[in-house]
Design a protein around this ligand. Structure first.
Ligand SMILES: NC(=O)c1ccc[n+]([C@@H]2O[C@H](COP(=O)([O-])OP(=O)(O)OC[C@H]3O[C@@H](n4cnc5c(N)ncnc54)[C@H](OP(=O)(O)O)[C@@H]3O)[C@@H](O)[C@H]2O)c1
Length: 274
């Protein structure tokens, strides 16, 4: 009998390896009364589905495109509240769900594992959704100067207004002259199955020698990372971030240390076989 139901709430979800990763962690502890499943929910059905999700699940992860919408419907912890985006939830009886943001820990943990120190660096961030908010929060904390580029200007303006000292709004044409040391893709452009798409425009040369971090983990080698490497930069996939943020979520739900290596291997195997 399944007592503890977990899931991933988002749309689309066909790319996601969170079920494989979380099931491997639950299996490692022999937690047979826990399950983790996909909760595919388009934006126009989210409000209607929310009461049923609250009553049927113990907790969930939240991904594209719901992290900001959901933040307004839960009781966020101080970090998630500061970021304005939630990716991990614990449902409570007779009270508001508790919302956390483990994307910050995810990015921070993965940068540390790669020995990357972004303190005081100039960093371009592509995208202004939930994941971008987490990245900007971390980079502001690290004393970075940030150029934010997004398709929808209103979303990047909203983030910039929170950190006017650290964040400027930019266009792709501005990047080369600004001489960034790193670029982080926080858009969903290039994510499986649209693996030929790239958030950096074909019409412009990719800045030379930058560290390029792609939050997308499927495929591991995105068009964005290929362009960065062709321009003598270093490319890092979001696979490590996925495992770090998932490990933090696992601990929030189960109160147990996450079996990080087992989770990482499960994701790697799944990517190798897909
Ligand atoms: N590795 C990890 O652990 C990890 C963690 C978090 C997120 N991610 C990945 O990061 C990506 C973003 O996630 P999110 O939660 O921030 O999603 P989100 O809130 O839905 O934001 C999506 C972002 O992508 C942009 N975008 C989407 N389609 C675009 C297009 N055709 N052209 C230009 N921009 C486009 C959006 O721009 P607009 O504002 O103009 O719509 C927005 O900035 C996803 O691929 C997600 O899987 C990975």
């Amino acid at each position: 009998m399944c007592k503890y139901r977990l899931g991933l709430l988002g749309w689309p979800l066909s790319h996601s390896l969170s079920p494989v990763m979380q099931r491997a962690a639950l299996d490692a502890y022999g937690l047979t009364d826990w399950i983790y499943e996909l909760i595919p929910t388009p934006p126009d059905e989210l409000a209607q589905a929310w009461p049923s999700i609250q009553s049927h699940y113990f907790g969930c992860n939240v991904t594209i495109p719901h992290k900001q919408t959901i933040a307004a419907w839960v009781q966020s912890d101080p970090l998630a509240n500061a970021v304005g985006a939630v990716n991990t939830i614990v449902f409570q009886e007779n009270d508001l769900p508790l919302g956390s943001n483990t994307d910050i820990l995810g990015l921070m943990g993965d940068l540390a594992c790669h020995g990357i120190d972004l303190r005081q660096k100039r960093v371009v961030i592509l995208g202004a959704g939930g994941a971008s908010r987490a990245a900007v929060y971390l980079l502001v904390y690290l004393g970075c100067k940030i150029m934010l580029i997004n398709r929808t200007l209103a979303r990047s303006k909203e983030i910039q207004s929170k950190y006017p000292e650290a964040v400027i709004l930019g266009k792709f044409e501005d990047v080369e002259d600004w001489q960034p040391q790193a670029m982080i893709n926080c858009t969903s452009v290039g994510m499986w199955p649209y693996i030929e798409d790239c958030p950096w425009p074909d019409s412009l040369a990719f800045p030379r020698g930058v560290l390029a971090y792609d939050m997308i983990y499927r495929p591991m080698q995105t068009a964005f990372l290929k362009k960065a490497e062709a321009a003598h930069g270093t490319g890092i996939s979001g696979i490590g971030m996925l495992v770090h943020q998932g490990a933090a979520a696992f601990t929030i739900w189960t109160k147990k240390p996450a079996p990080f290596e087992i989770m990482f291997k499960a994701v790697q195997n799944s990517l190798a076989n897909s």
